[in-house]
Ligand binder design. Structure first.
Ligand code: TRP
Length: 369
């Protein structure tokens, strides 16, 4: 597997980092990090994933690691399993029960603590989904049309036509975020346009229905993480569907096999030069992330011993790093009842929050009968 730094991820959405507002979001994120350290209780984070398969190292170093970090800093964290969102670019969400259980297992294995964080599925929260109706009235078709991330996803979609759900899913995400009044959303830069939709909806709702300046919804902020984007074993972006990913649940042997087959380049001397040697540098970076070391030093240590030595170092580092996660995952997987209960409890908590918010929305909109 290879990795590269997130400076290149803007290519995925074919819009520049400037257009996405990345520099400003980066500056703001540094300020937010400072506030989080000082007063974590001021924040509520909403984050989540689509249940489309097991999580991999790309997810881990991209977002999961950061979620656990925020949880450990004392920030209340809500994790949405976005099951309805699976239907945005395909007709049928297959094996949902299995994929949802896998997600819960992955979350628990990496250290999301169900006593401090809430894991829930958005389809199980009726009041959350009901927010979609007023929210849809607060954003125009033209505004949704301009969303560069949706545009890109539509162009890559495996469907021949664009469904209403695909087109409006940033509004659904606004409901995911605002139902629990989250004020902080850790995102990758391609998700910034989505968060902008949420911010617009929050502001407009408050303006239209706010009584004497009362703000029902916080205007949530993006927390951009400086996380590296991991590429798959074929040198392309690591993704569930490409079969180039090392999942958290993979065995040590499977991990070794995948890394052995990873693409490198003919240069014998190992260096860390992400721009010119993306595959080799990515392997170096992966080892560095697992070892908690500077990638330049990792490359230096391998030096002239070549790609084979690099790959065995990466394999060892990944397997050692993931060993406790995998052990925990295996143990938890034997207790399906517990996994189901974690989700049920999370859904129950999320439902209580959503109903309170919906009551407030009803009152604000004069639809409390
Ligand atoms: N779109 C996210 C993904 O594809 C999942 C998600 C759904 C989400 N709702 C959200 C993320 C709200 C952040 C905020 O992985």
């Amino acid at each position: 597997m290879t990795t590269h730094l997130d400076a290149t991820t803007a290519a995925d959405v074919s819009v520049s980092a400037e257009e996405l507002g990345v520099p400003a979001a980066r500056r703001r994120s540094a300020v937010l990090e400072e506030s989080i350290r000082k007063d974590p209780g001021r924040f509520r984070v909403l984050t989540g994933d689509r249940p489309t398969g097991r999580l991999h190292l790309g997810h881990y170093f991209g977002t999961l690691h950061n979620r656990v970090r925020l949880q450990e800093l004392g920030v209340e964290t809500m994790v949405v399993i976005a099951d309805y969102q699976v239907l945005t670019d395909r007709d049928v969400a297959d094996r949902l029960t299995e994929h949802v259980a896998d997600l819960v297992l992955d979350y628990l294995a990496i250290g999301i603590d169900p006593d401090r964080s809430t894991i829930f599925a958005h389809s199980a929260i009726p009041a959350l989904n009901q927010l979609l109706v007023p929210f849809l009235s607060l954003i125009s078709v033209a505004e949704l049309n301009r969303n560069p991330t949706v545009k890109e996803e539509i162009s890559q979609s495996r469907q021949s036509s664009v469904s209403g759900l695909m087109f409006t899913y940033p509004v659904h995400q606004a409901a995911d975020i605002l139902f629990c009044k989250a004020n902080l959303v850790p995102v990758g830069q391609d998700q910034l346009p989505h968060l902008e939709v949420t911010r617009t909806i929050a502001r407009r709702f408050n303006r239209r229905y706010g009584d004497g300046g009362a703000t029902l919804f916080p205007v949530p902020e993006a927390l951009l993480s400086a996380a590296p984007l991991l590429l798959g074993t074929d040198g392309a972006k690591m993704s569930k569907s490409r079969g180039n990913a090392i999942t958290l649940a993979a065995s040590a042997d499977e991990t070794a096999r995948l890394i052995r087959g990873a693409k490198t380049d003919p240069g014998r001397h190992i260096t860390y030069e992400p721009a010119t040697r993306p595959e080799v540098s990515s392997l170096v970076l992966l080892a560095a992330l697992c070892l908690g070391r500077d990638p330049h030093l990792v490359a230096q240590d391998i030096g002239g011993r070549g790609a084979a030595a690099l790959k065995s170092l990466v394999t060892e580092a990944v397997n050692e790093y993931l060993a406790p996660v995998r052990l925990r995952r295996t143990q938890l997987a034997e207790d399906r009842g517990y996994v189901r209960q974690v989700l049920r409890d999370g859904n129950e908590r999320a439902n209580a929050i959503a109903e309170t918010t919906l009551d407030e929305v009803r009152a604000a909109m004069s639809t409390a009968y």
